[in-house]
Design a protein around this ligand. Structure first.
Ligand SMILES: [Zn+2]
Length: 226
């Protein structure tokens, strides 16, 4: 139970990134309706500023689009006045990853307490090191597009997508961090954060593309391979 927050994503199977099943329970149907409503709201506001930032970092190793590429995903609250304009790192409830529940809710910084981090959705108190700060995948670009789409939905369709390249072996750093979290490893991951984005797909443009009838997952794919 002392899994570190930098989980090596071999543990996350491709099945886990698929969209909803076709036969929906009433709860799931309600959830879909809720999402559709959220999307409609986002789409109706052309001057929107994204609440969240999804950051995808590929290592130097990115090859042909159908060859698996290792990379890392992290989530941020877009610069809030609250924190002097800096982005605030967000965590996910590890319930689903640890197979304790289906929960994968967003855990904002204020969920941290002396006893651990309280998930605002399922109410579980987790050790802070169990909450998920980064996800690591090794996937071909089509599946990376699914991953981005999945987290775009999870983060309420309210995200800018940042793409970065880091000239280092993310996978080996993450493996090392998973075995033993070190200050040096954390520093390397923080350095990745400092990299300038190679490209940004801002929510405004995503909205424009969706309103123009684009298949958003295809747009994410195009963004990732551009
Ligand atoms: Zn939870």
């Amino acid at each position: 139970m002392s899994a570190p927050n930098s989980r090596v994503s071999d543990a996350i199977r491709y099945d886990d990134v698929r969209a909803e099943p076709i036969v929906l329970t009433p709860e799931q149907a309600a959830e879909v309706a809720k999402r559709a409503e959220a999307l409609k709201k986002v789409l109706s506001d052309s001057k929107i500023n994204a609440k969240y930032k999804i950051e995808v970092v590929f290592g130097k190793a990115r090859g042909a689009v159908d060859v698996p590429t290792p990379g890392m995903v992290s989530f941020w609250l877009n610069g809030s006045k609250f924190h002097g304009g800096g982005d605030e790192k967000l965590y996910l409830c590890p319930g689903r990853t640890l197979k304790k529940s289906d929960c994968e809710a967003i855990m904002p910084a204020f969920s941290n307490t002396a006893d651990g981090s309280i998930c605002p959705s399922c109410g579980t108190i987790w050790k802070s090191e169990n909450t998920i700060g980064e996800l690591f995948f090794n996937l071909p670009m089509r599946k990376w597009a699914e991953v981005v789409h999945r987290y775009f939905r999870l983060f309420e369709y309210h995200c800018d997508i940042y793409l970065k390249f880091a000239p280092l072996d993310i996978r080996s750093i993450s493996r090392a961090q998973a075995a033993k979290t070190t200050w040096e490893g954390s520093k390397k991951l923080a350095n990745v954060r400092e990299k300038r984005a190679k490209s940004i797909y801002p929510l405004r443009n995503i909205i424009k593309d969706i309103n123009a009838g684009a298949d958003i997952e295809k747009r994410f794919y195009a963004f990732l391979v551009a």
